[in-house]
Ligand binder design. Sequence first.
Ligand code: 1GP
Length: 252
Amino acid sequence: MTILEIIQQRHQAGKKSIAVLIDPDKIDDLSRLRHLIHLANENCIDFFFVGGSLITTLNLADVIRTIKDNVSIPVVLFPGSSLQIDPGADAILFLSLISGRNPDLLIGQHVQAAPILKNNRIEVLPTGYLLINSGRISSVAYISNTTPIPDDKYSLAACTALAGEMLGLRLIYLDAGSGAEREISSKMIASVRKTINVPLLVGGGINTPQKAFAALEAGADMIVIGNALEKDPDLLTEISEQVWEWNQRVEK
Ligand code: 1GP
């Protein structure tokens, strides 16, 4: 089964997933990464996402290899640009930044990446990527030179996601930006969820089990956790429990 099929099947069954985001720029010590990999494995997380808005180091391949050498959890690239492609990954979020109006991130980077991806075995996951305002300018908003959707413009976000779905994008990702002061509100998640049929990923500022549960309850199919684990990797146990408990209830 492909990674897209796994995500779609879980969505149809009402099951939730959790992805741990590793920003290679923040990995200065592979032993910390191994600890996180070990915790992720123990807590049965579903995916590793690897990438960042700006990568200033050359360790992307090392990070991916370290994960692949230690666990069988799929590794999905979450690239800030077409420079962040590594053949060691299982899949790539082929992101079109549809909340913005920067042509390079709507189609430009994709043209450069397409032939490279065609010649690799990386599964391509066409994803509509929406930035939602979270209080202050996030790195991704700054680097992408786009304006995030205001956090109280629910219908704007829902229509943007719907247009993405109509254009054939297979996943929608709502992001408040890494380390966001304010996570995406339940009302925003719910408005998008009820408008689209494809799986919905939500991330940015989810740093407590309560916030994780609120995102799941509002309709996120997958939550993405990064920054909070850089500060406290053990938080993963508490957050993944929310996902596990949810899925247990669905199975009953
Ligand atoms: C960022 O959605 C991801 O693009 C995850 O955000 O690092 O705040 O968990 P955090």
